[in-house]
Design a protein around this ligand. Structure first.
Ligand SMILES: Nc1nc2c(ncn2[C@@H]2O[C@H](COP(=O)(O)OP(=O)(O)OP(=O)(O)O)[C@@H](O)[C@H]2O)c(=O)[nH]1
Ligand SMILES: [Mg+2]
Length: 295
């Protein structure tokens, strides 16, 4: 599967980020804590350049806490503070804002040196579609300042939101990159909800999600669907789940598409458990200049 899905508005967003970057002091890069590798838009490094950056691992409530710790350690090793957050209940948001402010000491000091009144710190929130950018802003602002939704592509234009007299936030629409080459990456992005369901083959996605889950979260998966340990075949697993959950078509046949949607949905809602599909690898340790161990 190679998802060539890059609607016109994503190019516009890239230009929007580019054009507004000079106005911001710090970029908050929102990653999905369940897929910290696949949810990193490789274009952001080039786009953001040398701007100060804070990484937030959102949807921590849905992610595996142990694996999130590994990610925090990994980022610490490469000199970036990564903060696990939950944009719905506010967990970690205080720390995130403190970190964003702390990274702007130069702005603060400059204002003090020049005897100027300190203007608010300006932070731009970037991330893939549906990762929770607008939810984060709303939780921080304590109101529904930005539109949110459980599908990708909700935010369209740019929006500046004033948090208080110290901080202003800039919401951006989510963007993916023009060609998502790696099959597995596309599947994980689809599972996270970053890609419109309409362009996906949901049966493919569910099939591959199950394959991934059986590697590290087998027990939780079998328990969730009360599956008999003797069932191993993935299509059989999908069929059994479909039957148990009443995903049927005429003639009492299992509707695999419906069953697939159910499984992917339950994964997205965290009903199979707190799951992280990616761990920092030897390769990511190598790129950080650390050759001794896998973090
Ligand atoms: N469980 C959980 N859900 C979250 C969290 N943050 C956001 N969501 C949900 O994720 C979905 C997408 O949230 P949005 O804030 O609209 O995401 P966005 O990044 O602004 O999306 P676009 O504007 O489409 O790029 C919504 O259903 C939110 O309720 C979180 O920390 N935990
Ligand atoms: Mg949004």
């Amino acid at each position: 599967m190679s998802i060539n899905w890059y609607p016109g508005h994503m190019k516009k967003t890239k230009d929007l980020i580019d054009a507004n970057l000079k106005l911001v002091d710090v970029v908050i890069e929102l990653l999905d804590a369940r897929i910290p590798i696949s949810s990193r838009n490789p274009q952001f490094d080039q786009l953001i350049g040398h701007k100060k950056r804070v990484v937030a691992l959102n949807k921590y409530d849905l992610a595996d806490p142990h694996r999130t710790k590994l990610w925090i350690q990994y980022y610490a090793k490469i000199g970036i503070k990564a903060i696990p957050i939950n944009s719905l209940n506010g967990e970690g948001l205080g720390e995130l804002i403190n970190e964003a402010k702390a990274s702007c000491t130069d702005v603060i000091e400059k204002a003090q040196r020049q005897g100027r009144l300190l203007r608010p710190i300006r932070a731009m929130i970037v991330g893939i579609p549906n990762v929770g950018k607008s939810s984060l802003i709303n939780k921080l602002a304590g109101k529904n300042a930005a539109k949110t939704g459980n599908k990708p592509g909700v935010t369209r234009g740019k929006q500046w939101i004033r948090l208080n007299k110290e901080v202003e936030l800039f919401d951006t629409p989510g963007i993916l990159w023009p060609k998502i080459e790696e099959d597995l990456m596309g599947i994980k992005l689809a599972c996270s909800g970053a890609i419109k369901d309409e362009v996906l083959n949901i049966e493919d996605i569910a099939y591959n999600l199950i394959v991934l889950l059986l590697v590290d979260y087998r027990k939780a998966f079998y328990e969730r669907y009360k599956l008999d340990e003797s069932i191993e075949d993935v299509v059989e697993i999908m069929t059994v789940i479909g039957r148990k959950r009443g995903c049927l078509v005429k003639g009492n046949e299992v509707d695999l598409e419906k069953a697939s949607r159910l499984i992917v949905d339950e994964f997205r809602k965290g009903q199979i458990g707190r799951i992280t599909l990616e761990i920092p690898s030897l390769q990511s340790a190598l790129t950080s200049g650390d050759t001794n161990e896998t973090v």
